[in-house]
Design a protein around this ligand. Structure first.
Ligand code: MG
Ligand code: MG
Length: 264
């Protein structure tokens, strides 16, 4: 299983770095670009469009904004966009052969670096008219992200986020993927801490104002179990039921977190 490594922006005492006002401003810029590009990609998701066309669009829209696609070349990933369809959970590799069709559930996962700072976000997009089951897992996952974000504030713990996500998702009869997690983000795409989508409230690392993390529930309609395909990237549900994914990069504050990958 390819799990993104957490490369660690840790201080010598093992704590996670806090961002200065200037650094936060740059992360806002990076996040805004991620959001703008995802808006373009979401509009472009339609029957007959290949995932390779979406990838090219992601690249072009990023360069136009003087940013760099964060995934291209990262650990050898060949493209700018992770494009995962239906039972593909994450890390789908765009391809000319993968043409979207009516009823597909598309997951767009995208990040950039801008002046050395990263933003990372994901959305699930219905292509044409999708099944009620697809809309259900999409809605459950979007709400799971909202609940995870609401739990992420100074003096809460990492486990509070996972607990908020998992308890909601399981109440709805879906499951959270265990093998992949959210992550710290800043000077690198993946930093400490890991941010699992499951866990016990009141456990794990203490959150402090100034930390920046990516929360990204991956939710399956069936079993939480996933497997990696032979391409050594694409993660799919083991039971081939649908999966959905939403992600935001956020700034922890004393109050409600600031969503950085959103246009203000
Ligand atoms: Mg992502
Ligand atoms: Mg991420």
């Amino acid at each position: 299983m390819t799990e993104w490594p957490n490369q660690g922006d840790r201080q010598r005492d093992g704590t996670v770095g806090l961002r200065s006002a200037q650094e936060i401003e740059l992360m806002r810029e990076a996040g805004r670009i991620v959001c703008e590009v995802l808006d373009v990609l979401e509009q472009a998701c339609a029957p007959g469009v290949s995932t390779a066309e979406l990838d090219k669009l992601a690249y072009d829209e990023t360069v136009k904004r003087k940013a760099k696609p964060a995934f291209k070349g990262y650990l050898g990933f060949p493209c700018s966009l992770c494009a995962s369809v239906n039972d593909e959970v994450v890390h789908g590799i765009p391809s000319k052969k993968r043409v979207l069709k009516d009823g597909d559930l598309m997951k767009l996962d995208f990040g950039v670096s801008f002046k050395g700072w990263f933003g990372d976000s994901a959305r699930t997009v219905p292509v044409g008219r999708v099944s009620d089951g697809a809309m259900n897992v999409l809605g459950v996952t979007r709400e799971a992200l909202a609940r995870g974000i609401a739990a992420a504030r100074a003096n809460a713990r990492i486990g509070d986020i996972g607990h908020a996500v998992q308890s909601w998702v399981e109440q709805q009869g879906c499951s959270v993927v265990r093998d992949l997690t959210g992550h710290g983000i800043g000077r690198r795409l993946h930093e400490d801490p890991r941010v699992p989508n499951y866990g016990e409230a009141g456990t794990g690392m203490l959150l402090k104002a100034g930390m920046t993390i990516a929360i990204e529930p991956m939710v399956n309609a069936g079993s939480h179990k996933v497997v990696e395909l032979d391409d050594e990237w694409t993660i799919v549900t083991m039971d081939h039921q649908l999966s959905a994914h939403f992600e935001h990069t956020i700034l922890i504050t004393e109050g409600a977190p600031e969503i950085l990958t959103r246009v203000a």
